[in-house]
Design a protein around this ligand. Structure first.
Ligand code: SF4
Ligand code: SF4
Length: 456
């Protein structure tokens, strides 16, 4: 019986929770096998990429810049605005279909191999923890100074990562200049950086694997995204059971290959026992495979008691790579990707948007002519300053206070024009005029503007 005043759960509810509901802290044992080594190379490459990507440029523009304040999103040197709804929808569709396809083939491979939570936890924060605390952490006997060193190092890493993170939104040179000046000169940026650093620190120092097992929605979609032919990390029951240690004089054939050493459990970063079958908490990292392979090597038995395999192959049937979902997703993905690429290739160097007016857009003048106020927004998507000239058909009178409109690279401007048309031209209160926009370089656009006027 436990001394806890609370009712205890009759069985394990969560791998990170004790029966009385308190947090079970995990200090997974390191298993340096072939998958751990491969994942380490992937992790280092991803960390390097995360650090250098904001500094890279393409065609004079950043490779990636998500300027939320100015509502400009630059990817691969191409700037998008939120108004380019179709391209953004296509981009989202590509991402979703890609996730569906990868998951249906490789299960939670993303989680164990490339998700920032796993990459930074297992290959940066956890190594720092092991370095600072040694094996004493697992025994719960960490001295205060070791703990302080660990948290100071966690803090430094979190502050660095939050600066890099922010540079994706404001650019690395801006972050650098902010770092050189007093916080009062850029208070908002300062608060965002330190707020992000605090969240990272809390995540990696305290929340940890609960991000994967409790918070992340991706793991919860597994049941619909996976099927019995998807790759998972699985325990080969037919070969492993009945598990148990061989006792003196016991026939080797009387037990399976699992010697019940529990190394696959103590190495698991989410604290589960993979021998209980596929679980939502499994991030497919392969640590248990490495742990078990080492045991099998020592016992001179074949590796792969735990391995990457489909549920079908674990039950003795061949894995079907070609199945409806693995055929439909790629077809849809290629189709949407082609639309996206076509949309990007066909993008013009500027965009003109007709802005609606809240008041009545026209007035009938004394000489029976009708004056419409037209308001348009012009986005300059190039990296040069451009002059946009607005022109109308020769027989249409217009007053354009500012023409041409000069717009800085990547900026937008609102242009006003008053278009004056005889009242007789209006049919059912409408009359269409073609308004032309040109930058004299590579942008020519005609806006067929519906002018409104009196019904009679
Ligand atoms: S590491 Fe392998 S042998 Fe040891 S308990 Fe796990 S499955 Fe069994
Ligand atoms: S069960 Fe194995 S693959 Fe799954 S999270 Fe644990 S160690 Fe990683």
């Amino acid at each position: 019986m436990s001394d806890s005043p609370f009712l205890e759960a009759p069985e394990e509810v969560l791998s990170t929770m004790n029966p009385d509901g308190s947090r079970k802290w995990l200090f997974p044992r390191l298993s340096k096998g072939r998958f751990w080594r491969r994942r380490r190379w992937v992790a280092y490459a991803l960390m390097l990429l995360f650090n250098v990507l904001p500094w890279l440029s393409m065609g004079g523009r950043p490779l990636v810049l998500l300027d939320v304040v100015h509502r400009e999103f630059t990817l691969a040197g191409v700037m998008f605005r939120p108004t380019e709804t179709l391209l953004l929808v296509l981009l989202l569709l590509v991402i979703f279909l890609g996730v569906f396809l990868v998951t249906s083939l490789f299960g939670r491979g993303w989680c164990g191999w490339a998700c920032p939570q796993t990459v930074y936890m297992e290959y940066l924060y956890r190594p720092i923890e092991r370095l600072a605390e040694g094996k004493s952490a697992a025994r719960g006997q960490v001295s205060l100074w070791r703990r302080v060193i660990k948290y100071v190092l966690f803090g430094i890493v979190s502050v660095h990562l939050s600066h890099i993170f922010l540079s994706y939104f404001v650019g690395p040179t801006t972050v650098l200049s902010w770092s050189m000046n007093l916080p009062t000169e850029h208070l908002a940026g300062f608060l965002i950086v330190w707020g992000t650093a605090a969240m990272m620190f809390l995540d990696f120092a305290w929340f940890r694997e609960q991000m994967c097992t409790l918070a992340c929605p991706y793991g919860r979609f597994q049941s619909v995204l996976l099927d019995r032919n998807s790759l998972i990390v699985g325990y080969d029951e037919s070969r492993a059971e009945p598990r148990g240690r061989l006792r003196k004089g016991q026939e080797a054939a009387s037990t399976g290959d699992c010697v019940d050493c529990s190394l696959c459990v103590v190495t698991c970063p989410t604290g589960i026992d993979i021998r209980d079958g596929l679980q939502m908490e499994c991030i497919a990292c392969g640590e248990c495979i490495d742990a078990c392979d080492a045991v099998m090597d020592k016992l001179d038995r074949p590796r792969g008691l735990i391995r990457y395999a489909s549920q079908e192959s674990l039950s003795g049937a061949p894995t079907k790579w070609l199945r409806p979902r693995t055929m439909i997703y790629p077809v849809l993905l290629i189709f949407v990707l082609a639309l996206l690429l076509r949309g990007v290739a066909g993008r013009q160097s500027a965009m003109v948007q007709d802005l609606r007016l809240s008041d009545s857009p026209f007035i009938v003048m004394g000489d029976q002519r009708v004056r419409n106020l037209v308001r348009v927004r012009i986005d300059n998507r190039t990296i040069d300053e451009r002059d946009y000239t607005i022109s109308l058909p020769i027989n249409v009178e217009a007053i354009i206070p500012l023409n041409p409109v000069t717009i800085a690279p990547g900026e937008s401007a609102t242009a006003f024009l008053h278009v004056i048309v005889p009242r007789a031209n209006f049919k059912s209160g409408r009359h269409v005029v073609a308004i032309q926009f040109s930058d004299g370089v590579d942008f020519d656009f005609t806006l067929d503007k519906v002018l409104l006027g009196p019904l009679h």
